[in-house]
Design a protein around this ligand. Structure first.
Ligand SMILES: NC(=O)c1ccc[n+]([C@@H]2O[C@H](COP(=O)([O-])OP(=O)(O)OC[C@H]3O[C@@H](n4cnc5c(N)ncnc54)[C@H](OP(=O)(O)O)[C@@H]3O)[C@@H](O)[C@H]2O)c1
Length: 244
């Protein structure tokens, strides 16, 4: 039987790199993308026959051309896993950080997800998975662009799921929402509670995709937290000085 083909964007470090290692270890044909090609080549060394490398910046105009090049080199794609993303705590509202976050997490994200959707529509089936965040659940004042762009991603995936119904396409969607994970993204000298290991988060994400879960919050503690947050009325929420 042919092995399934998965393409992961943002496989150079953190959660995406751990997810790529899991798929490689489980015998998938794995396409890995990101800007730091040397880190992608390290993944290829793990299984030269089954790992396909493509340097790609999701914010660049040639991103979709490069994406298609990788799809072609793998003989097709069954699952697209979008992990690429950036984020900052930005209480001083550094303009550049806000705009860069919006560009990567909204524009770059949309570029890649719409391309994958259209590709899967032509193919007749496929699966789109994405690492978003629990940060999209409520507006977080310490990270405005990050929180808002993660909400955008949650919402966009829901739109795509309904669009697939309207267009009668068999595409599965999995929105994975972790709480705090110890990766370079949080390497900013702040104190993060309930920090999870990237290896654990990758395993939970892998299982959620295998089980075709529509939404998965990682882990159970964050699931409870998010449930509680949702019950707080906005007029109260906006008066809570939530920071770390
Ligand atoms: N850490 C957390 O607490 C946490 C919690 C919830 C959700 N998340 C989400 O998890 C995802 C991965 O983050 P991480 O925590 O694993 O941090 P990370 O180690 O910094 O990984 C970020 C990944 O995104 C890629 N990326 C960033 N900009 C890109 C661009 N323009 N084009 C292509 N790839 C790009 C990076 O690759 P290159 O730099 O090589 O391009 C890297 O592989 C993000 O979407 C993040 O929002 C993280």
């Amino acid at each position: 039987m042919e092995s399934e083909r998965i393409i992961i964007s943002g496989a150079t470090s953190g959660i995406g790199c751990e997810i790529a290692k899991l798929y490689i270890g489980n015998g998938y044909k794995v396409g890995v993308m990101g800007r730091r090609i040397e880190l992608l080549n390290e993944l290829k060394e793990k299984s030269p026959e089954n790992v396909f490398v493509q340097q790609l910046d999701i914010n660049s105009d040639d991103a979709t051309t490069n994406f298609q090049t990788l799809i072609d080199s793998m003989g097709g794609m069954d699952i697209y896993f979008h992990v690429s993303g950036i984020g900052y705590q930005n209480v001083h509202l550094d303009y550049d950080k806000e705009l860069r976050t919006a560009e990567t997490n909204c524009k770059g994200f949309t570029r890649m997800i719409t391309y994958a959707f259209n590709y899967f529509e032509q193919q007749g089936k496929g699966h789109i998975a994405c690492i978003t965040s629990i940060a999209g659940t409520k507006g977080l004042g310490v990270s405005p662009a990050y929180s808002a762009t993660k909400r955008y991603q949650n919402h966009y995936i829901q739109c795509m799921a309904q669009l697939a119904t309207i267009r009668k396409v068999k595409i599965t969607f999995t929105d994975i929402r972790p709480g705090f994970v110890a990766t370079d993204l949080l390497n900013d000298n702040h104190n993060y509670p309930m920090l999870m290991k990237k290896e654990f988060v990758a395993q939970e994400a892998y299982k959620a995709v295998a089980r075709k879960r529509r939404v998965k919050i990682i882990d159970w503690r964050y699931n409870l937290l998010v449930t509680a947050w949702k019950l707080i009325p906005n007029c109260v929420w906006e008066r809570l000085p939530i920071k770390n």
